[in-house]
Design a protein around this ligand. Structure first.
Ligand SMILES: [Zn+2]
Length: 91
């Protein structure tokens, strides 16, 4: 079984790190979701590690706005197995 985590990336930071097709171009010129074209401040990716998640965005293989990400969770019927106790109420 592969354990995946969800990572979020700030669009402005991605634009500073990644280049568009031309070297003086921003990767996401209008901070648009690659999936739906909506303006968004974050892209969400699921992966095993933060590095892998970043690479997936770099290679154009993943990265969606919150709305598209949620839509994907619904349509793929993904299940979450929560292993962290963070945020749990104290008994
Ligand atoms: Zn989207």
């Amino acid at each position: 079984m592969v354990q995946l985590k969800v990572f979020s990336f700030d669009m402005d930071e991605l634009n500073e790190e990644l280049e568009g097709p031309a070297s003086d171009e921003k990767r996401f010129p209008a901070n648009e979701c690659p999936e739906c074209g909506w303006e968004t401040s974050e892209l969400y990716v699921y992966a095993e590690t933060q590095e892998q998640a970043h690479k997936l965005i770099e290679d154009n293989k993943a990265g969606k706005c919150g709305r598209c990400f949620a839509e994907m969770l619904v349509t793929k019927e993904l299940e979450f197995i929560v292993s962290s106790t963070k945020g749990k109420e104290k008994a």
